[in-house]
Design a binder for this molecule. Structure first.
Ligand code: ADP
Ligand code: MG
Length: 630
């Protein structure tokens, strides 16, 4: 008997397992997604490692994931066995990877989860993805047998097992008593709880894999199923008689293949007579059913992909708890021969802390695939700029060499073009929503309105397309585009009026004395209260050649058709004459506070206003300046 090394779980793991085991009755299904995702990661890791070191994987053994179901029988409990031919784990790796929590954000998660009831925990777990520990949602006992690949450093790997009870706070790692049954990879045996036997069901597992993983695993996933078959009696029934052309195991990777021999069915005489002509008999054979034969979602015709498909794919592929707000399924050609397809998703909202991130921060969620296979999500210097860094994109290039390293990839032309391609599609998604789906665009505007303004400031090249996507609250309505503003212009109006005061509610701004006269005369005024608004008008300056005009600054012009400018000038002159003594008095008295005192025609009910010089800072910017100067 091999010695078994007993380990206690790291305390965080113990806490996590407890939450999993106690609270997730309605979220049990996720175990399959998590285990397949790990299998997929392990195969991807093998493939990527092999790019640098061919000896790890020479392409001979198939890269796949298999699922077997074993019905309970007598003493033997029901089981589900998930096997991958990926990178595998050494005994040390079994201990650290499965016995400790290295994931960032886990302690945050734990703290939050422990303060929630079961339902709340369930939602949280859906959000974080519990990974391997989700096994304990359905299993009392879990065995993980793993075999790392042969390498120069580890020329004679030995298969080891990690085993753990749901009820115990310890796990064991030991040499597999069965010997090296795996060529390479990991086999996870879930000994099912009584209330999880429902998973031993072809349809149930097929549906779950379709729902959660089928669309996002590049490697084939096979489920072992039983099929009844008619075979000619003369012919000896052989396992090869199985019609499944995609049988995954050509090599002896499948250790138990011999046990899956054919079971002959006993037939009644009647039945025998019925099949009399060409003498056949019915037998039961084990077949491998390919669960993800369908191309991945981004390769499919958008017309054939349902909303639910997109949403499920998004959550599983980008590990998101919330549905995406919108998406854009695109295809194209880079211009020099690289054709690509992809989907860009708008997340439900910006990450907390987005605005605090440095300006240089770039995207982390652009998943680049080549011919369905994941290559990288680190585009390095070719990543999207901060204004677009939150978008989640999968893009699959058809004609890039599969075996380029990430480093070489960075310098390919396609990667240099990719940023521009994605931004182009992102902008067209916004444009489409703005014109075709007003309701959705309002939601988008709520979550990303500030970002669109930021984009219009930052991305000078695309500014002409981005500015029309910005929306404002005005003295007359909400969600107004600058095009709508211009359409609503009064005859002769030559400026886009705005009032800006940081952090002041729109309703307060609307009452400002600066707005009075304009509003009374029927002019629309943009009400700005966020720093990005002021930065936007300051940078953009004009829209369709019409300049922005701060109504709190000098330089305001009315262009009412019903006031004759000559007459207005004369009136102004008369007023200046009439109030000359008062003006002189005020100028003298207030000379420390203001540069000038003038008679203005911009007020209706308020007696006076203090305004900034046309070329000076507004009160807001002045406040910001003095704040930043300490
Ligand atoms: P995550 O996948 O987010 O890292 P998990 O709890 O799902 O977290 O898995 C923990 C770690 O265990 C993985 O990072 C990986 O190192 C290892 N692991 C899990 N499943 C496998 C597998 N099938 N093959 C190889 N390593 C695995
Ligand atoms: Mg995982």
């Amino acid at each position: 008997d091999a010695p078994k090394a007993k380990h206690n779980y790291q305390s965080d793991v113990a806490r996590l397992r407890k939450i999993v085991i106690n609270s997730l009755y309605s979220h049990k299904d996720i175990f399959i997604r998590e285990l397949i995702s790990n299998a997929n990661d392990a195969i991807e890791k093998l493939r990527l490692t092999a790019l640098k070191d061919k000896s790890i994987y020479d392409g001979a053994n198939p890269l796949n994931i298999t699922i077997k179901m074993v019905k309970p029988e007598g003493e033997n409990p029901g089981r589900i066995i998930i096997t991958d031919t990926g990178i595998g784990m050494t005994p040390e790796e079994l201990t650290t990877n499965l016995g400790t929590l290295a994931k960032s954000g886990t302690s945050d998660f734990l703290a939050r989860a422990e303060n929630q009831d079961a339902a709340g925990q369930g939602n949280l777990i859906g959000a974080f993805g519990l990974g391997f520990y989700s096994s304990f949602l359905v299993a009392d006992r879990v065995f993980v047998a793993s075999m790392p690949p042969k390498t120069a450093a580890n020329p004679e790997p030995v298969q080891h097992v990690f085993s753990s009870h749901a009820e115990e706070s310890a796990f064991e790692v030991y040499k597999d008593p069965r010997g090296n049954t795996l060529d390479r990879g990991t086999e996870i045996t879930l000994v099912l709880k009584d209330d999880a036997l429902e998973y031993i069901d072809e349809n149930k597992l097929t549906d779950l894999v379709h729902k959660h993983s089928g669309m996002s695993s590049a490697f084939p996933i096979y489920l072992q199923v039983e099929r009844k078959k008619e075979v000619p009696v003369e012919e000896e029934a052989k396992p090869e008689a199985s019609s499944d052309a995609e049988k995954p195991f050509e090599s002896k990777a499948e250790g138990e293949a011999d046990d899956e021999a054919i079971v002959e069915e006993v037939k009644t005489d009647e039945e025998k007579e019925k099949d009399a002509k060409p003498k056949t008999k019915e037998i039961t054979v084990e077949e491998w059913k390919h669960l993800n034969a369908q191309p991945p979602i981004w390769m499919r015709d958008p017309k054939e992909v349902s909303t639910e498909d997109y949403e499920t794919f998004y959550k599983a592929f980008f590990k998101q708890a919330e549905k995406p707000l919108a998406w854009h399924h695109f295809s194209g050609d880079s211009g020099d021969g690289v054709s690509f397809r992809g989907i860009a998703f708008l997340p439900a909202k910006l990450d907390d802390g987005y605005w605090q991130q440095p300006l240089q921060s770039v995207s982390k969620d652009i998943k680049l695939m080549v011919k369905r296979v994941f290559i990288t999500s680190d585009l390095g210097e070719n990543g999207l700029p901060k204004w677009a860094s939150w978008v989640k994109v999968v893009v699959d290039a058809e004609d890039l060499p599969l075996n380029v390293s990430r480093e070489t990839l960075q310098s390919t032309r396609f990667l240099k073009q990719l940023k521009g391609i994605i931004i182009k599609h992102l902008i067209s998604m916004f444009q489409r929503l703005a014109s075709d789906d007003k309701e959705k665009f309002e939601e988008v505007e709520k979550a990303f309105g500030g970002v669109l303004k930021f984009a219009a400031v930052e991305d000078v090249k695309n500014r002409d397309k981005l500015v029309p996507l910005t929306r404002f609250t005005t003295t007359q309505r909400n969600n107004t585009s600058l095009d709508q503003y211009l359409e609503n212009r009064k005859k002769g109006q030559k400026q886009i009026f705005y009032l800006s005061e940081l952090a002041k509610p729109h309703s307060e701004l609307a009452k400002s004395i600066f707005v009075e006269k304009l509003h009374a005369r029927g002019y629309e005024v943009l009400l700005l209260n966020e720093p990005i608004d002021e930065i936007l008008v300051g940078n953009v300056r004009k829209y369709k050649l019409v300049p922005f005009q701060d109504v709190a600054k000098a330089g305001l012009q009315f262009g009412d058709e019903d006031t004759d400018p000559e007459e207005e000038k004369a009136e102004q002159k008369r007023m200046e004459e009439k109030y000359k003594p008062l003006m002189e008095y005020l100028r003298k008295e207030a000379k420390d506070a203001v540069t000038n005192v003038i008679i203005s025609n911009r007020l209706v009910t308020s007696p006076c206003a203090i305004v900034a010089d046309a070329h000076g800072y507004t009160a807001n910017v002045e406040r910001m300046m003095s704040a930043s100067n300490g």
